[in-house]
Design a protein around this ligand. Sequence first.
Ligand code: PEP
Ligand code: MN
Length: 505
Amino acid sequence: SPPPTRRPSHPASARSRRLVFSSSSSSSSSTEPWKPGSWRLKPIHQQPEYPDREALSQVERRLARMPPLIYPGETRKLLQRLEAVGRGEAFLLQGGDCAETFADFSPQKVHSTFCTLIGQAIALALASGLPIVKIGRIAGQFAKPRSLPHDASGLPSYRGDIVHSAEPNAQARVPDPERLIKAYSQSAAAMNLIRALAKSTSSMMDWLQQMEMLLRRHGALDTPFGARMHQFMEEVEDSLRFVHACGIDENSGSFTEPEFYTSHEALLLNYEEALTHRFVRNMPIWEEEEEEVQLAAASHGSAADASGTYFATSAHFMWIGERTRQLDAAHVEFLRGIANPVGIKASAKMTPQELLTLLDAVNPQNALGRVTLITRMGADGIGRALPPLMRAVQQYGRQVVWSCDPMHGNTESVTTASGRTYKTRYVDGVLREVRTFFDVAHAEGCIAGGLHLEMTGEAVTECVGGLVGVDVNDLDQRYRSACDPRLNQAQALEVAFAVGELLRA
Ligand code: PEP
Ligand code: MN
């Protein structure tokens, strides 16, 4: 039987209306030939200043010869999955660290994040009856944009471990190109573990039991959250019993071998360019093979076969941030040429015209699944800022997947009793933004397609609230994020339960 579909309450009104925001107004970006390095001709924001450009070039050349971390066959499948999300036939869950680091890397950390995302996906699927498309902010989420070039102590702001060390001294903050290689190696190791994990669990309950074990170890089951978790486990067991009674093997299918994708912000373009390759079908064309490929194509009379398609191979999905989405600048230029599905972050400052012009540049074919718009407007901003964007997209017949990041618009600074100050987020604010996202999407006849979270599988105390009961003074205990505050494992599941309820509604 066909999957359940969430139809918009009224369909996009004008699929065929002539697009008025095409590139003539300001950008030349969609008309000039694209190359993996054409971003270098554009103004660029949020970049480190490397003292030794030659050392950087050498690293780029080394990286360009490393194995791709992902292959286009997988990426194309993700495009199809996201197309289903855009039609309301699946739901997108994207989550992980704000910033991965070299020091915090461990198999336990990858395992617990993976496990938590699977648990959240099971909760969402159980409530909605929809397949859940799972994308980690993992295996490459190293580069960070910053609001200010300098931090409070006057040092250059920390821009992620792929650039330099977070240590608070001037020497540590000097960008070091060797870190690109280290980021690649750690991503490869994480990716390898993720692929193994996805293949190695024998039943759906197994995932949940692993997750329960972690929650027990973290003490989360001794809080009111424990009762909610227990109820969830029983619901899943009941459903599996029913499935089994119907004669279906409950231990086969997508939760036993979950389909899992990776993502990160495409910020450090020197790294992304080096790992972007031209593929003909699923076959990469390395520079030294160029001539043979051209000759073979010519002898078969097919130039199209030789031209191929560029894929970024550092991750399946990549997004550009709120600070690097300027139309005529480098990051949009890079994004427009890769065939991967891409995301664009949008704060309450984004105007409908900006959005339509960006969509023109990045998705001239208007293909559904190609662009996910990740709104991060804040619980107080979204009700005002989202409707005009959704209306513009509807009015001009544009195809986007709408996803909600309820983290980045809800960051506040708090001081604990000990006098220390932290960046935090309240679970209540996170939930309020997601609810408004669903309300607005419903009112505008759009599909609320996904959720984008900063979260971890560990028992950190970085966000306040939730059934586990993290309060402001608990921030002193286990605040470990290298950058923004993450939901801990129990909070992440709680948010998934709540979003499940919204999908059920
Ligand atoms: C992020 O996702 O960590 C981030 C920096 O987001 P934004 O660009 O939306 O601020
Ligand atoms: Mn962040």
